[in-house]
Design a protein around this ligand. Structure first.
Ligand code: 26Q
Length: 811
């Protein structure tokens, strides 16, 4: 444990400030105070970081490498202090220096190198691995620009670049001496050397991969793991200077630009695959650099590559890093002289793959021509993997051409990444029970029947350290007072809180805590966008990526209906509600952008209509990100998890809200099913078509949106309001939404679920009136949220997939 007290900390801080800025604190800018604190904390961490690395090496422990195109860390200062166990002390010490820790924490730029759920999951996993003492490393790309910044202008989303590095990044360390070279393009020379084929990659374009390491601090356990992100730079002496010397100036500049483009920007699409060459380049870039550095480290530590699979586990986060499989084959065979069979066995033992979506439009497949041109040697290996795989299929399914064609890794001119990932991994997992069942029985059933033992479920989780201890200190204190602090290290212990769910004084405390959090959020909303909201109204929250399957439109239609009802019946007896939305649309996703415009148009109309002021407010918060979520989540009364059943693989915000005492309004989709199983039907609001009904519609058809609409006067009216100028003088503005719902017979069944949704909302309205009962339900949710800590998830990965013996040692 760090041994620093308030006095030493204050001295360290003042000394560091002088060193860095050469002036007195009294005249300092807030930014310079933040940077000083960041650097000081990094110094505190440095010793533990070194000793963790050393002890892993000395004990020769199995290392886990979590490969992900995205790590959505958010801010690091607050959580690092928290995990070091010095946050409260620092707060007091800084206060004595007239500095507010809260304001310094708010100055930090979010590290937003991810789109949403998948990237945030990777960040929660890093926190859990470090906190459980698991030798786990993150491996990804250091994008110069993260997920775009969203501005709402005249109700529409405008994208601006997220220049998160503009004031530097105190958390990263550039490790130029650990650079690797990644090779693109060129040709493969094949020679017969003493009866063995040798493959040499020639005429390639080299790219220098520079790692930047960020410490990942475990919770009060002296463990510091590493997140290694790679940045692309030109290889100076090989390419550009030789071009210069030939006077080929433009070519040199072109090379530099094309190399730097690789780690320039995160692709902002999260559910729609587009076969862009640059994206494939990004994938190979970080996979190859990461693997080379793993092997280099393993060898320098004296390891024999024959035993690599005993000491290394690699996780493939969705199909994006699947090139790990052929790249590891390449290194083992071409560089290290292994035979195919041995290399394949080692590769399969090492790799494991997680699937995060069943949306077919999100499945990655690369055109063969592009793939071969960019990665000629890797393509040869994938071809060989495919031909051996198809041969095995043939042996089992002789004559079943259709099946073999469906399952092939290369077919119809494409390389199918999920197929490659399944074939080359020893484990394939889904991210919630329902999702895994759908993978097994529907989407990947061919593979499941072929490899039944590979498939397994690992229900997602969230780190309770960020999402409870950090985001909701008052609730954390109440838990400590009632059930003691053991839940911090053992989140399942939160179950003990259920005993207090009937306790009136605890219920009142829960109410007050929620209200304080609502007042805080109301102040953020007032200062950001000038809208005044009532902290005694129900805060009804839907924050997540904007997507048709997540059905923000269903929520919007319900608000339109409620508004009509209140206008018609001003005495309507409802609890006042504030609807809060936030989320980004992919820049090219027209319908999602229209959805944002619709929500803003509804907000504009409702918030300026004096007839509904004491009943309804609608807010769309700009630029949703991790740090904003930390303010929104603890303030929510209602968590909207209303995706079309079968479409949301898991969802993780559902878990965050639950842990903070928000009640869930949900379809039985993704992890909502498991939340329902935990809390019971009395403590959640479930509505909508179930899995069987949805799959039935997809299989046999029979859904008729017009019919549903025509049979419900409320729907007739609100769908008409989309196109009659009620929400915009431009009648065309929301026509796409109207057409999507009706003309195109909406594949997400928004209208079909409308009635059931409204009934569930009615039940919720009634339930909220009984304040004590509502807080009892909140308490049950909190008490049962421990199972959704990512610590539980990571333990399951460690024992069930990575084969990590260290776990037993550390628990
Ligand atoms: C693929 C190809 C080209 C460009 C982009 C992409 C791409 C990028 C990001 C595809 C998908 C993603 C992200 C997917 C994602 O976030 N999925 C979510 O993962 C969560 C964690 O498992 C689940 O909780 C969510 O249900 C799931 O939607």
């Amino acid at each position: 444990m760090l041994k620093i007290n308030k006095e030493t900390f204050k001295k360290d801080y003042e000394k560091k400030f002088l060193e860095m800025h050469g002036t007195e604190l009294a005249f300092a800018s807030e930014q310079s105070k933040y940077e000083t604190l960041g650097v000081l904390v990094r110094d505190y961490v440095a010793g533990m970081w070194l000793s963790t690395t050393k002890s892993y090496n000395e004990n020769n422990e199995k290392q886990v490498y979590y490969f992900s195109m995205e790590f959505l860390l958010g801010r690091l200062l607050g959580n690092t202090l928290l995990n070091l166990g010095i946050r409260d002390m620092c707060k007091e010490a800084l206060a004595e220096l007239n500095i507010s820790l809260d304001s310094l924490e708010e100055l930090e730029q979010d590290q937003g190198l991810g789109n949403g759920g998948l990237g945030r999951l990777a960040a929660c996993f890093l926190d859990s691995m470090a906190s459980l003492g698991i030798p786990g490393n993150g491996c990804g790309i250091r994008y110069k620009y993260g997920f775009f910044e969203q501005k709402i202008i005249d109700g529409s989303q405008i994208e601006a670049p997220d220049n998160w590095l503009r004031s530097g990044n105190v958390w990263e360390i550039r490790k130029a001496d650990k650079a690797e070279i990644v090779r693109f393009g060129g040709e493969v020379k094949v020679e017969d050397i003493n009866g063995r084929l040798a493959f040499t990659h020639i005429n390639y374009e080299p790219v220098l991969a520079i790692p930047y390491d960020t410490p990942v601090v475990g919770y009060e356990n002296d463990v510091v793991n590493t997140l290694r992100l790679w940045s692309a730079e030109p290889v100076s002496n090989e390419f550009d200077f030789s071009s210069f010397s030939r006077g080929d100036f433009l070519k040199a500049i072109e090379y530099k630009n094309s190399v730097e483009a690789i780690s320039q920007v995160l692709y902002p699409e999260d559910s729609f695959y587009e076969g862009k060459m640059l994206r494939l380049k990004q994938q190979y870039f970080f996979v190859s650099a990461g693997l080379q550095s793993i092997i280099r480290h393993y060898k320098s530590n004296g390891g024999n590559l024959k035993g690599l699979d005993e000491k290394v586990a690699i996780h493939i986060n969705d199909t994006h890093p699947t090139l790990i499989i052929p790249e590891l084959m390449r290194i083992l065979m071409d560089d290290e002289g292994f035979a195919w069979e041995d290399a394949w066995r080692i590769t399969k033992n090492i790799c494991a793959y997680t699937n995060h979506t069943i949306l077919s439009e999100a499945l990655e497949k690369w055109p063969v021509d592009m793939f071969r041109k960019l990665l000629p040697r890797i393509y040869m290996i994938v071809e060989e993997i495919n031909s051996r795989f198809c041969q095995n299929l043939w042996n089992k399914y002789t004559g079943q051409w259709d099946k073999i064609h469906r399952m092939a890794i290369i077919a119809d001119g494409y390389v199918k990444m999920a197929h490659l990932a399944i074939a080359g991994s020893h484990s394939v997992n889904g991210v919630a029970k329902l999702h895994t069942e759908i993978l097994k029985k529907q989407e990947m059933s061919d593979f499941y029947y072929y490899y039944p033992r590979k498939f397994n479920n690992k229900t997602n989780g969230i780190t309770h350290r960020r999402w409870l201890l950090k985001a909701n200190p008052e609730l954390t204190n109440l838990l400590k007072e009632t059930i003691g602090p053991s839940f911090i290290k053992h989140p399942m212990d939160m179950e003990a809180f259920e005993r207090f769910s009937n306790n009136k004084s605890v219920q009142e405390k829960l109410h007050d805590i929620k209200r304080n959090n609502k007042v805080n959020l109301a102040e953020i909303i007032r200062s950001n966008q000038g809208i005044i909201i009532d902290p005694d109204s129900i805060f009804d929250v839907q924050v997540k990526r904007i997507h048709a399957y997540k059905r923000q439109t269903l929520n919007a239609l319900r608000i339109m209906d409620l508004y009509n009802e209140i206008i018609e019946n001003p005495n309507l007896d409802i609890v006042p509600r504030t609807f809060i939305f936030a989320g980004k649309a992919a820049p090219g996703y027209f319908l999602a952008k229209k959805t944002i415009e619709l929500i803003n148009a509804i907000a504009e109309k409702i918030n300026t209509d004096p007839r509904v002021q004491n009943k309804l407010k609608v807010v769309f918060m700009e630029n949703y990100k991790v740090s904003l979520a930390e303010h929104i989540v603890p303030a929510a009364d209602v968590s909207e998890q209303i995706s079309t059943t079968t479409k949301e693989a898991s969802g993780t915000s559902n878990m965050k809200f639950m842990m903070n005492g928000g009640l869930t309004m949900a379809t039985l989709d993704g992890a909502n099913v498991e939340i329902r199983d935990e809390v019971g039907d009395d403590n959640i609001f479930i509505f909508g078509l179930n899995e069987r009904e949805i799959l039935d519609y997809y299989k046999h058809g029979g859904y008729n949106a017009w019919e549903v609409c025509n049979n419900d006067p409320r729907l007739r009216r609100i769908t008409n309001d989309l196109i009659n100028g009620y929400y915009s003088p431009d009648r065309e503005k929301f026509k796409t939404i109207y057409e999507h719902l009706l003309t195109y017979n909406d594949e997400f069944f928004v209208l079909k679920d409308f009635d059931s949704y409204l009934k569930a909302q009615d039940r919720l309205d009634k339930a909220y009136r009984d304040k004590h009962h509502w807080q009892k339900m909140a308490a049950v949710n909190i008490a049962h949220s421990g199972i959704f800590s990512s610590d539980r998830t990571i333990q399951e990965y460690a024992t069930g997939i990575w084969g990590s013996e260290f776990l037993y040692k550390n628990l």
